[in-house]
Design a protein around this ligand. Structure first.
Ligand code: TNX
Length: 529
């Protein structure tokens, strides 16, 4: 009898837990317009997708495959059905931006309309979030009804660029880890993955013409005698790019220049001002040895590397770094000084600008648009560059005033390597601290930016540098849940943002992250700031 009572109590408890996670609406990022209606739709084994547009096959299959794990339902795609269906329509005349969608859930059917397949993909993400959180389970969930509340939603993103950057050079992260994060990004409608592939501490992309970049440049001897290594083959890169594309995420590669280049210089010391020899940097901070700007071999090397990397990434943007390039070696280098004289430049800062201009020409020839960190403003901005503003917003504002597009990544709000809780219990971080609420309240196009320049702000991005994040668990801990705040601040209109509501919806989202075994930071009530 005691055992029976215990089992009864336990099963009531677990049902209660499931229910409380699922009460109310939890859509994150918050849609532009949402109205809850009376009634509900029940998704069951007879529910089908209806469309007569073949281009939607892949995207409906992606969704069906996802929910098959937890529901066991097939969700076939058919040409006609009266009810118990998800009806999907593409219509290019709709008045919304390209990534937007309309979604109507009634007791008999669900209807989606959008201008693009991407918009349909986002409507399907919203449907996932209208279902109980256990829909994200990898295994069949029993004793649950797959109910969606009836709603009317009109949604579209506030910004076209909604990004996450991962540094894989300070600590390498393998393909499986990256795919896992791409899955989560897609759930929250993030659409740009900026992959920081080269730095002083590791070179992580195979370049066939220069094999030593990975033979030498992707193995680091740490000060404590341990080894840290890792790189991606070109096949792996293509695989990740395709995986991201299925989730409507564009991958933006970053090949750092002229600074943060010690891994390349260790492999090819002749590209430096002094000739080396070097070792991969094994302490954090800024390295003085950079590519020699007076040496034509440097430009030949970079052209070859870019020409190999570019075809692997079909997106329009290519990130060339450009940050933190100390000028000491250039100032002491005869070849660099000669270049300054020959090109009638003022000083080493102008030489940085000259360097970036030359690289921009290579990219433009290959049909790519250049992105650089805000230091590329130094000595004159390259004509077509997009600026990533990380040292605050000033660089971005300046670039916008010169007619350039910008992506906001100001460290104080959007650096995911900064601490996020009580310093006495949190792991060591590079800087302290950016609470979830602080990240959440960031506005990419605030009053600080003159109204007539705000259209230059393409969006924002969270940056995850990995000096202190040595393991996948630690990196996820830093990424989440702040990345979800970044999803909301780049997608939802400003007037819909509300931190209390975000915190409530987050409770449900954390259950979903649990289903994906994401090791997030638990955002305890923050209390007064
Ligand atoms: C600055 S942000 C850097 C990175 C570091 C980061 C640490 C930027 C363009 N450069 O190299 O990892 O700070 O927060």
């Amino acid at each position: 009898l005691i055992l029976f009572v215990f089992i009864m109590l336990f099963s009531c408890e677990s049902k209660k837990a499931i229910k409380s996670y699922n009460e109310g609406l939890h859509i994150l990022p918050e849609p532009k317009m949402i109205k809850q209606q009376a009634g509900e739709f029940v998704l069951n084994s007879k529910t089908v997708f209806v469309t007569n547009n073949d281009t939607l096959k892949k995207v409906t299959e992606y969704f069906a495959e996802k929910i098959r794990h937890s529901t066991g339902h097939r969700l076939d795609l058919v040409k006609e059905a009266k009810d118990n269906c998800i009806r999907v329509k593409l219509d290019t005349t709709l008045r919304m931006n390209d990534e937007g969608y309309n979604l109507v859930v009634t007791p008999h059917k669900i209807s989606i309309e959008s201008k693009s397949v991407q918009g349909v993909f986002y409507a399907l993400q919203t449907i996932m979030q209208l279902l109980p959180a256990e829909i994200e389970s990898e295994n069949i969930v029993k004793d649950i009804k797959w109910i969606l509340p009836c709603v009317f939603i009109q949604d579209e993103p506030a910004y076209p660029y909604r990004g996450m950057m991962l540094d894989v050079c300070r600590h390498f992260h393998d393909v499986d880890f990256i795919k896992k994060q791409l899955d989560i990004m897609a759930m929250y409608k993030l659409n740009r993955f900026h992959w920081h592939l080269t730095d002083d501490h590791l070179w992580t992309i195979e370049i066939k013409k220069y094999p030593e970049l990975t033979e030498i440049g992707s193995v680091r001897y740490n000060a404590d005698g341990s080894i840290h290594k890792g790189y991606y083959t070109q096949e792996q890169i293509k695989d990740v790019v395709a995986y991201a594309a299925e989730r409507f995420i564009t991958v933006i590669p970053e090949v750092e220049l002229p600074g943060h280049a010690l891994a390349a210089l260790t492999a090819y010391p002749e590209l430096s001002c002094t000739g080396g020899p070097f070792q991969l940097r094994n302490k954090w901070g800024v390295e003085e040895n950079v590519y020699c700007a007076g040496n034509d071999q440097t430009f030949k090397f970079l052209k070859d590397v870019l020409e190999e990397v570019i075809p692997l990434f079909p997106g329009k943007f290519f990130h060339i770094g450009g940050d933190e390039c100390p000028k000491v070696k250039w100032n002491a280098c005869e070849k660099c000084q000669k270049r300054i004289r020959d090109e009638k430049l003022k000083d080493a800062h102008d030489l940085q600008s000259y360097f970036i201009h030359r690289i921009e020409k290579i990219l433009l020839k290959q049909g790519k648009s250049m992105i650089g960190w805000d230091e590329i403003l130094e000595g004159g901005l390259a004509p077509t560059a997009t600026v990533m503003s990380w040292r605050g917003e000033e660089g971005g504002i300046k670039a916008a005033s010169m007619g350039h597009d910008v992506i906001m990544t100001p460290a104080e709000w959007l650096y995911l390597d900064f601490g996020q809780g009580n310093i006495e219990v949190e792991p060591i971080t590079i800087n302290f601290k950016t609470l979830l609420s602080k990240t959440y309240h960031y506005n990419p196009a605030s009053e600080k930016i003159p109204a007539d320049l705000r259209h230059h702000v393409l969006g924002a991005q969270g940056n995850m540098w990995t000096e202190y994040a040595t393991t996948p668990i630690h990196t996820e801990y830093m990424l989440y849940p702040r990345l979800l705040a970044i999803a909301e601040l780049t997608w939802s209109p400003l007037e819909k943002k509300d931190f209390k509501s975000f915190e409530r919806r987050l409770n449900n989202q954390l259950v979903r992250l649990d289903e994906h075994r994401i090791d997030y930071h638990i955002p305890l009530p923050e209390g007064p700031m």
